[in-house]
Each structure stands twice: as C-alpha cells, then as structure tokens.
Design a binder for this molecule. Structure first.
Ligand code: IYR
Length: 227
C-alpha cells in the first residue's frame, strides 16, 4: 500500500474572543436558532441565488471523515424539474401514506397533520437536494476503481445541519423533506451511481398565511447531562 504524504501544517487562524463577547455571540446565535421552524407553506417569491450559494459554501466547510467531503448539493430552480420532482415525490408519498407506512408510524405523524400532497416542491423558489457520495471513483491506468469513503452518513448529516443553520441565519425558511423512497431524485437529476439522495430541502420565504404546529422542544436538563 502507498501512503500519501502528510499535509504541511500551518498556524491555526483562530480569533480568541473575550468572555463577554463569547457570551453575547453565544446568546445571539441561540436566540436566532430558537426561531427556526420547519415550513411546509412557501411563498413563490424569488430569493437571491447568492443566499443559496453562500449557505452551500458554508455546508461544504463541515468537518467530515478523512476530509473526503462526500456530498453534492443539487440546486433546483427550473419549474419543469420542480414539477417532475413533485409528481414523483407525491406518487411515492401517496403509496407510502396509503399502503406502506405501518399504523404506528402514521400515528406518530398524525399530530403534524402531514399527508401525501407536496405542493411546496413546486412553489418554493429553490429545492436543494443533498446527495451523499458513498464511495469515490478514481481513474487509474487499469480503469475506474472504487475508493472507500468513511463516516459518510455522519459527515453529510453535519453538513446538512450547517446548511439549515446558514439558510435560517440568512432569513430563509426550509423543510427537511425525505420522500420515501427517494431514488427518483437520482434519476431526475441524473446523478452518478456512487451518489444517493440524503435529504430534499425546499428553500424560500414562508407564505404570509403559513402556520406551524405548536410543538415544544425538550428542556436543557432533559437533553444534557453534566458529570
Ligand atoms: N415523508 C413523509 C412522512 C413524514 C415522516 C416524518 I419521520 C416526518 O417527520 C414528517 C413526515 C412526508 O414528508 O409527509
């Protein structure tokens, strides 16, 4: 086996903050993130593409296994492609809600009031489809060879968290949508065989009449333990 040479090391660029500034930055970020909600009712109003690009740049800075960056973010704005995605998602979701989802799952979802209709897939100005790259494809003299990727699920999950936070901090509404199964996204978006859809994120502004379910989140003592 041929080991790659180690990267050269450079000084860390780290801005030390005063404790006072740290606290205020931490509280401000918490305050902004606390208002994030999953939105299912979008306005078709356009939003600047740079907001989407900056959020994806932010997502692509996420820490990841062996720095392999095993993700592709496909941005869909073409109405015809959005129409195809909605039609395919609704066909799968209808089948799921009517035949595939067990009673226990339907019961867990009942308070959210979701069903197979997914108008938001056509109405939101952008859909970001996150793909995970399960393995690399390297060209060698002997042809194409697969290279192993590490912690793909964790890495793409972290990047998606960065993406959702960046979009929210830019004043945009999002939904983490996982129509199941999602294979139609690979076909419609013509992705290579080493990529699999991870999550479909409609992005835009909420409709003026948007409502959200009145849910609560667990308190700090419920989610944190200090020892
Ligand atoms: N994918 C379906 C069902 C669904 C599943 C979960 I878990 C949710 O948190 C919400 C919905 C749908 O999008 O309707």
């Amino acid at each position: 086996m041929v080991l790659m040479k180690p990267y050269p090391h450079v000084p860390l660029d780290f801005q030390r903050m005063s404790p006072v500034d740290q606290l205020s930055a931490s509280r401000e970020f918490l305050g902004r993130m606390a208002s994030r909600r999953s939105v299912r009712c979008f306005s078709s109003e356009p939003v600047a593409q740079e907001l989407i690009e900056n959020a994806i740049r932010c997502a692509s800075l996420a820490p990841c296994g062996a720095n392999q960056q095993p993700w592709t973010f496909v941005v869909v704005k073409d109405p015809e492609v959005k129409r195809q995605i909605r039609a395919a998602a609704e066909a799968e979701e209808r089948e799921s809600y009517e035949h595939r989802m067990p009673a226990e799952w339907l019961e867990a979802l009942a308070p959210l009031g979701t069903d197979w209709h997914k108008e938001f897939l056509e109405i939101a100005p952008y859909l970001i489809v996150v793909f995970r790259i399960d393995f690399g494809l390297a060209q060698t003299a002997g042809g194409q060879v697969k290279t192993k990727h590490y912690y793909v699920q964790e890495s793409v999950g972290i990047a998606t968290g960065f993406l959702l936070a960046a979009l929210h901090m830019s004043g945009l509404a999002t939904l983490t949508h996982t129509p199941s199964p999602m294979g139609f996204l690979s076909r419609i978006l013509q992705r290579p065989l080493n990529e699999r859809p991870f999550v479909l994120i409609p992005v835009g502004l909420p409709a003026a009449e948007a409502t959200v379910p009145l849910i609560s989140k667990k308190s700090l003592p419920e989610v944190m333990e200090v020892r």
